[in-house]
Design a binder for this molecule. Structure first.
Ligand SMILES: O=C(O)CCC(=O)C(=O)O
Ligand SMILES: [Fe+2]
Length: 289
């Protein structure tokens, strides 16, 4: 059995694996090593996948589990592919602005605003601007472990209420039709603030800038602690900043990380990404707005 070689990308999280070509058959034992590297490092990057077709992207993703059909945001779907979304600033074939041009500008875990938050997200960089278009990731195990015993006890059993509207910043250039669609399709849910990772068995903080209050707390009561926890979790020592190369395939674990797409690039240049999402365990419950 050939052993894969990993190289750490930062102190907090991320590893790169070289020598994988996903246009070729991938033996089960090689996949098992990639999967374990992903569990251990939270993020795995497979560079050099320029030739990856949508079909190959889907097939590789299915090895992680059942894919999400993007019912919470149908506008981002790639034409003819329910399970693939396009994240790009490139105008549509009809010449309209891309519906996904400003997705992910606030810290979040994918589908944290639904009752089935994502397990793995698998993002392929097709075309990148000359500089920037980076994505930041934070290690939520580390964020949890660094809290005081007192705050850990307080958070145990608490839930945070997520509102999809909190994913949209006022300064973003979002399509009003897409914002209305997000609102209509996604009612508020509450998620536990501390989750036990089903595979590693470790506790992770589960919280993001899409949380608007704690359940059974008022907005005013919730704000200072929400802000503190998000700031804490995204401290530089828990963060990795991904600078993309075309052909990078990045797999992240949404159960123990949060991320943010920076938009730090010249919007006259094209950034074109495709992504799948692997369904996670059901989590949380519905709440009144
Ligand atoms: O475009 C990116 O870098 C990431 C966007 C995002 O939040 C996602 O793909 O889930
Ligand atoms: Fe995301």
């Amino acid at each position: 059995m050939e052993k894969i070689r990993t190289r750490k990308l930062s102190h907090a999280l991320g590893a790169e694996i070289l020598g994988i070509d996903l246009t070729q058959p991938l033996p089960a034992d090689t996949f098992a090593q990639i999967y374990q590297a992903w569990i251990d490092n939270l993020i795995v990057v497979l560079p050099g996948q320029q030739a990856l077709t949508p079909q190959q992207h889907l097939e590789f993703s299915r090895r992680f589990g059942e894919l999400d059909r993007n019912e919470s945001s149908p506008s981002y779907r790639m034409k003819g592919h329910t399970e693939l979304i396009e994240l790009t600033n490139k105008p549509t074939e009809e010449g309209n602005p891309s519906p996904s041009r400003d997705v992910g500008r606030r810290w979040h875990s994918d589908l944290d605003f639904t009752l089935k938050p994502t397990k793995a997200s698998i993002l392929w960089g097709g075309q990148l601007p000359d500089v920037g278009g980076d994505t930041m990731f934070a290690n939520m195990y580390m964020a949890y472990e660094a809290l005081s015993p007192g705050l850990k006890r307080t958070l145990e059993g608490m839930h945070a209420v997520y509102d999809v509207m909190a994913s949209v910043r006022p300064q973003d250039n979002r399509d009003p039709k897409v914002v209305a669609e997000l609102r209509e399709l996604n009612l508020p849910v509450a998620q536990p603030v501390v989750r036990v990772h089903p595979e590693s068995g470790r506790k992770a903080l589960f919280l993001s800038e899409r949380a608007v209050r704690f359940e059974d707390w008022t907005h005013a009561e919730s704000q200072p602690l929400l802000r503190y926890l998000c700031e804490h979790a995204t401290s530089p020592e828990f963060v990795y900043r991904k600078q993309w190369q075309a052909g990078d395939l990045l797999i992240w674990d949404n159960r123990c990380t949060i991320h943010q797409a920076l938009g730090d690039y010249d919007k006259r240049q094209v950034r074109y990404m495709r992504r799948t999402a692997v369904q996670g365990e059901p989590s949380g419950h519905s709440v009144q707005a």
